[in-house]
Ligand binder design. Structure first.
Ligand SMILES: CC(C)(COP(=O)(O)OP(=O)(O)OC[C@H]1O[C@@H](n2cnc3c(N)ncnc32)[C@H](O)[C@@H]1OP(=O)(O)O)[C@@H](O)C(=O)NCCC(=O)NCCS
Length: 141
């Protein structure tokens, strides 16, 4: 089931952050992220949080800031479902386009975004601390 993220999910999201990202959000960053007025996030829940997506909404534009699925639940379309539901909810809010950025090496995430119709618009060279490029994708809703 896909649900809107609530502060009660913070502990589980924090664990998932740590298993999914080398530069994970600390608990205090997570808390302030979730409290920001521009924040909109969804979680896939089945007794526990299996995955989540964070977005920031500014006027008619949204940015996908984070998406992660628990390791043992990956490759079961959980991220696909989260993104489809996110796009539907954003559309209801009047959002017209969604942007996101991804590391060039993250082939699985790139495949996910391409399968949902995201198009690459530009590249930021040496964007990450390890010198890796960021690829910027967009989708018009
Ligand atoms: C990226 C991530 C969110 C995808 O979640 P997921 O629930 O496994 O994704 P889905 O099952 O919806 O799969 C989406 C696509 O990716 C492909 N994919 C998923 N896992 C894969 C794997 N291990 N190897 C190859 N392809 C894979 C699927 O084949 C699918 O494409 P398809 O349309 O051809 O079937 C997940 O791998 C993850 O949490 N990664 C770590 C965090 C991260 O990198 N986030 C993105 C950057 S912010």
């Amino acid at each position: 089931m896909v649900k809107e993220i609530t502060p009660s999910m913070i502990e589980e999201i924090s664990l998932l952050e740590r298993e999914s990202f080398s530069s994970f959000y600390s608990d205090s960053v997570l808390l302030s992220t979730l409290k920001a007025p521009s924040f909109f996030g969804l979680a896939s829940v089945d007794n526990k949080v299996l995955g989540y997506v964070f977005s920031t909404v500014v006027l008619d534009e949204a940015n996908i800031d984070r998406i992660a699925v628990k390791k043992e639940y990956r490759n079961q379309k959980i991220a696909t479902k989260l993104l489809i539901e996110l796009e539907n909810r954003l559309k209801e809010k009047g959002v017209k386009k969604v942007l996101l950025e991804v590391r060039r090496s993250n082939a699985v995430a790139i495949k996910l975004y391409l399968s949902l119709g995201y198009k690459k618009i530009y590249e930021r060279k040496n964007y990450y601390e390890n010198g890796e490029d960021a690829l910027i994708y967009i989708k018009n809703l």
